[in-house]
Design a binder for this molecule. Structure first.
Ligand code: SF4
Ligand SMILES: [Zn+2]
Ligand SMILES: [Zn+2]
Length: 346
């Protein structure tokens, strides 16, 4: 008798299809969907992430998180024409991985009448991530592929969002990503980075920085997997990026998943603690943070003289100079560079 009760939906008493240990909650398909969607709507409402009439650009990778974000925002806002929704897809040039994922994103946009913009690293920088990886093999001191790829992606998403005059840039960051970022920032004593975390980032007001929003930041990754499966939202899930093994984030993901398995609700507790702490961090940022300015080379938002992309490109060109080969000089972010020039500005 008790077993029967345990397998029933909390809301309607029908057979439960989803069990969420952090509640704990048990839901049938219909009530899981309404629970899931209401939570995203609540995140948007509480954080005032989207205002009436705003144009929202969505960073779409073709993976489950960004496809769920695209699907939800299209259904909540795009269909009603209350807000204009457009997709921005970044092609890092990772063969057999991103090319297939982007096809899925492009197909969804085409079927749903959503404008879609593709930015390729190769077109913008003259190199793609496969070539960056070769450079890292030549000189491991350059760091991980992700430390290049993440900076390029952030900058190009912002540049394109600015170009299409988007009011906000939405990403698919979920609860797991957010909690990993909190742990990485605090364990790494990076309070400036921690102060910028939250449902809205890029909070420092600067006209060339499109405010970023994370509608899924209170939604656990496992719930997104269930939601995309139950609603037939196509996404790329076959393989991880071949370079993802280099990411420091993997260690944090593993640690936090183990904690969550042992003590369900831990990720929500970390998020709640961080929210209480955040006002203190805002003071820290005010006193110690650098004001955003323009990159002296390409004009993008920058913390110092150069933006992240120009700084990272200089590092690649420097090693190329040493090896007498390297990335093309078709760097569009700024004026074409030579090794001699970059050594002076790095
Ligand atoms: S795992 Fe790293 S290299 Fe691969 S797409 Fe993500 S940021 Fe880029
Ligand atoms: Zn139900
Ligand atoms: Zn720059």
């Amino acid at each position: 008798m008790q077993e029967l009760t345990l397998n029933r939906c909390d809301r309607c008493g029908e057979s439960a299809k989803v069990f969420l240990p952090y509640g704990p909650h048990r839901f049938c398909a219909q009530h899981f969907n309404s629970f899931f969607e209401s939570r995203v709507q609540s995140t948007i409402r509480q954080g005032k992430l989207i205002k009436y009439g705003e144009k929202i650009a969505i960073g779409v990778s073709g993976g489950k998180d960004s496809m769920a974000t695209l699907h939800l925002l299209h259904n909540f806002y795009g269909k009603t024409k209350q807000n204009k929704i457009e997709a921005i897809m970044i092609d890092e040039g990772i063969k057999g991985y991103r090319d297939r994922a982007l096809q899925i994103g492009a197909k969804y946009c085409e079927e749903n009448g959503i404008d879609c913009h593709v930015v390729k690293y190769r077109d913008e920088l003259g190199v793609d991530m496969n070539e960056v990886m070769k450079k890292i093999h030549e000189d491991p001191a350059l760091g991980s592929t992700c430390s290049f790829c993440g900076v390029f992606r952030r900058d190009f998403l912002n540049d394109k969002a600015l170009e299409i005059k988007a009011d906000k840039l939405a990403t698919g960051h979920n609860l797991d990503d957010e909690v990993q970022s909190i742990a990485m920032s605090l364990f790494g004593s990076d309070f400036a980075r921690a102060s910028r975390l939250g449902a809205t980032t890029g909070e420092r007001k600067f006209e060339k920085m499109v405010p970023r929003i994370k509608p899924l930041y209170e939604t656990p990754e496992k719930d997104i997997i269930a939601y995309t499966a139950m609603n037939g939202i196509e996404h790329y899930s076959e393989e991880c990026c071949p370079y993802s093994w280099m990411a420091k984030r993997n260690h944090y993901r593993k640690m936090l998943n183990e904690l969550e398995d042992s003590v369900p609700g831990t990720k929500y507790s970390i998020l709640a603690s961080f929210r209480k702490m955040k006002p203190l961090l805002a003071n820290f940022e005010k006193e110690n943070g650098k004001a955003l300015g323009e990159c002296s080379r390409c004009g993008s938002p920058a913390n110092g003289q150069l933006c992240g992309t120009c700084r990272q490109m200089d590092r690649l060109i420097e090693i190329s100079g040493n090896k007498k080969s390297g990335p093309s000089k078709s760097l569009k972010k700024g004026s074409p560079l030579t090794c001699a020039q970059t050594k002076g500005t790095a």
